[in-house]
Design a protein around this ligand. Structure first.
Ligand code: FES
Length: 158
């Protein structure tokens, strides 16, 4: 169960875009940017408010890969494993991050909700390989040690 404040915030977001079907995507984008994920309860709630079925809202949200139904950490780290990064050993960076954070392919978010680790197929910055991003800020020419230091810095920022 979500707290009432989530529904109040969602009401505000719906009001700012208009309670109609064509507003679905901007509404759920705003919800995701507010909470860093799209709580399934709120997706149903929005569907009811704009007069579409849950199934329709769900199919739109799942069509777009950037919507996440799982809560994510404060820092979302995306490790590129596209070809250019892969040949420059991006997987060793990923492994180091998993080790530093006690995460794995199956468990991608720390229990304190500070970090989420994802992989992506190309971040469009191949000349800077291997690359990772933290909340969309690009970190070029990474190494496992540099990635571990980055985690320490982010932890100390809190
Ligand atoms: S392959 Fe990593 S940025 Fe393109």
């Amino acid at each position: 169960m979500l707290e009432q404040s989530y529904y109040d915030k969602t009401d505000e977001i719906i009001a700012s875009h208009g309670a109609r079907e064509s507003s679905l995507i901007p509404i759920i984008q705003d919800i995701q940017s507010e909470y860093r994920y799209l709580p399934p309860e709120l997706l149903s709630y929005v569907a009811g408010k704009i007069g579409i079925t849950d199934a329709k809202a769900y199919s739109v949200a799942t069509f777009y890969e950037n919507f996440s139904f799982e809560p994510k950490g404060k820092y979302v780290i995306k490790v590129c494993d596209g070809t250019a990064c892969h040949v420059r050993k991006s997987l060793t960076i990923l492994e180091r991050l998993y080790t530093e954070l006690g995460l794995s392919k199956e468990k991608v978010t720390t229990d304190d909700m500070m970090f989420t680790i994802e992989t992506v197929s190309c971040l469009g910055a191949c000349g800077l390989a291997p690359v990772l991003t933290v909340n969309d800020k690009v970190y070029p020419a990474m190494t496992p040690d540099a990635a571990a230091e980055l985690i320490q810095e982010l932890r100390s920022e809190g």
